[in-house]
Design a binder for this molecule. Sequence first.
Ligand SMILES: Nc1nc2c(ncn2[C@@H]2O[C@H](COP(=O)(O)OP(=O)(O)OP(=O)(O)O)[C@@H](O)[C@H]2O)c(=O)[nH]1
Length: 659
Amino acid sequence: MLMAGNFCRLANFPWPQPAANHRGARRGSCSPWRFPSDGRPSEPWAFRCLRIARPSAISQGRSVSCRASEITADPGQDRLMKVPIANIRNFCIIAHIDHGKSTLADKLLQLTGTIQKREMKEQFLDNMDLERERGITIKLQAARMRYVLESEPYCLNLIDTPGHVDFSYEVSRSLAACEGALLVVDASQGVEAQTLANVYLALENNLEIIPVLNKIDLPGAEPDRVSRDIEEIIGLDCSDAIHCSAKEGIGITDILNAIITRIPPPKDTAGSPLRALIFDSYYDPYKGVIVYFRIVDGTIKKGDRIYFMASGKDYVADEIGVLSPNQLPVNELYSGEVGYISASIRSVADARVGDTITHFRRRAESSLPGYEEARSMVFCGLFPVDADQFPELRDALEKLQLNDAALKFEPESSSAMGFGFRCGFLGLLHMEIVQERLEREYNLTLITTAPSVVYRVNCINGDTIEMLTPKEYIGSLMELGQERRGEFKQMNFITENRASIIYELPLAEMVGDFFDQLKSRSKGYASMEYTFVGYRESELVKLDIHINGEPVEPLATIVHKDKAYAVGRALTQKLKELIPRQMFKLPIQACIGSKVIASESLSAIRKDVLSKCYGGDITRKKKLLKKQAEGKKRMKAIGKVEVPQEAFMAVLRLEKEVI
Ligand SMILES: Nc1nc2c(ncn2[C@@H]2O[C@H](COP(=O)(O)OP(=O)(O)OP(=O)(O)O)[C@@H](O)[C@H]2O)c(=O)[nH]1
C-alpha cells in the first residue's frame, strides 16, 4: 500500500535566512489523516536546524551605569493627555523564551508610572493565571505609557509578545502594529533560535530594531561577546546596544531614551479615511467582542459607525479607549494610536484578527495587509467526560478561538468517546494551554487523545521548517536527529563555539518529546526553530487494533512501517492488562490491513461447571464441559466487549511514548 519515499530535495536553506513566509498556505483541515483508496500517504516534514552554543563559564561581573538622567517619570501621570503624533512611539519586545521580555515590560511600566508600586505584581502583562504559573507569555498584551523627556511628553505603546516557538504567530501580529522593536537577548546565553526567527520577522516588517543585552547582573553575562555574535550572526549593528538588567532595574532609562530617539513616530494620516488593523480580540461576557487595534490612517470617535472590511459587518462603536494597560475609555483616537473598541459585537466571525476597520460611510479604498494564516501543526481530539457537556465545549472553543486565532476545531465523533472535537494547535505547548484553559476558565472536564500530525495523500510543496540547538552536544543531538528519522542536511560553525545543525524531520517525530529530549541532551543549551517544508511520501502504515475480531477505530493509528511491529506489540500487551477478562477467550490483535502483526489473548473467566460433580461418570463431565464451551462460543459471537475509558487513555499515552 505504501511506497518507499525518496525523501525530497535538500531544502534551499542558506543559513541564516528569514523565516519562511507562510502566506498562501492551504488552510488545514483538522482531520489527522486521510487515506483515499488510490492514494499514497505522505506526511508533513519539518526542516530543522540545531544551533549549538557552548555555555560560557567566564564570569565578567560587570556593571553598567545609566545615562539619560534627563528622562523622568511623569508624576502627574495623565495617561489620557493627547500628544502630537510626532511624540507617539509604537514598539514591541521580541526575544527568545525566558530572555526577560516580561520582566523588562514590568520595569518599563513601573518606571513610567503606568503601574503604581502597590498595583505592581511580577509579570504584570502576563495576566492569565496560566502565564504566571508557567512563567511564560502566551497572549500578546498591550500597554500605553506616558513619559516625559526634556519636558516633552511622549506616548509609548508597548506590545508584549510571547517567546515560545509555539506562539510565533502572535509575534507576527504584534510586529505589524509597531514601528520599532526592542530585541532582548540574554547576555549569559546569547543568540538563540527564536531570537533569530523573531528578528527576521521584525526585519520583514521594516521595524527599527534596538538590541538590548539583558541579565548583565548575572556572573556569566558576556554582553560584549553576545554583541559580536549578534553582529556576526544577524548582521545588526550593536555599537549602541543597550546593556541592562531588567531584574535589577539597570539600563531601563537608556531603553526609554532609545525608544524615543531611535524609533520613528507613526505617519500622520489623520485626515485620510479610517484604516485600523485588528491585532487582537477577546470575548467579554457583558460587552461582547472587544477588539484591539492600531489605527494606521484616519481617526475614530466614540459613536462612529464602523465597518469591518473582511467580514462586511457594521457596528456602532459604543466605547473606544486606550490600554493603559487596563482599559481607559476616551472619546477619540488618531492615526498611529493603539486602542480598543467595544461595539456589542456578538459574533466571533464579524471581527477577525487581521481585518481592517473603516468608517461605514467614508470607507477606505483598500484594506490593510492582514496576517498570514496560522498553521496547525499538532492535532488531537477533545471529548467531554460528561457527554452532556458537548454544547458547553463547543461554546468554550468558539470563545477561546476568538482570543486565540491559531486554534482550529471541527466536530468529531467516536464510538468510544462519544461526541467531541478534533482540534488543531500550533504545537504541544499550545495544545496543553488550550486544554488547561478550557478546564479552568470554562469548568469542563476533558479527555484528550494522543497528539498527532496531519497526513495527506498527495505531496504538495510547502514551506520551510527550521530548528536551532547546541557544540559539545553535536554528537548527541545528531543521534537524536537520526533516531527520529531525520535527514542531516548541513552543519555550520557560525562562531567558534556555536554551530547550527540543519535537519529535516517528519513532523510526527517532533510531536512527542522531541523538545524535551533536545533540552535534556544539551543540558538546556540547545534551542530550536522549525518551519513546515511540505508533505513527503513515506513508508507509513495504518495500524488497526482488533478486539474480539472487531476493529476499534479510536485505537487505530498511523505509524512508520519500521515502528509498526514495536507499536503493535506494545499496544496489544497494554490492552491485555487493561481490558477486564470476559466469560470467553478474547483475542486482541494489531493488524496492518488484513495481516495480523501482533496478537495477545485474554483468557476467559472460567466457571467451574464440574464443582457439583462429585465422582460420577466421565461422560457426564465431558458433556458439561462441552455445553460450557458452546455457550462461550455463542457469547463470543454476540458478546460486545466494553473497552474501559482508562484503557483508551493508557493506550493513547503508551502510543505517544512508543512512537
Ligand atoms: N538575573 C536576572 N534574571 C532576569 C533578568 N530579567 C529576567 N530575569 C529572569 O529570567 C526569567 C525569565 O524572565 P521573563 O521576563 O519571564 O522572560 P520572558 O522572555 O518574558 O519569557 P516568555 O514570556 O515566556 O517569553 C525570570 O525568572 C526572570 O526573573 C535580569 O536582568 N537578570
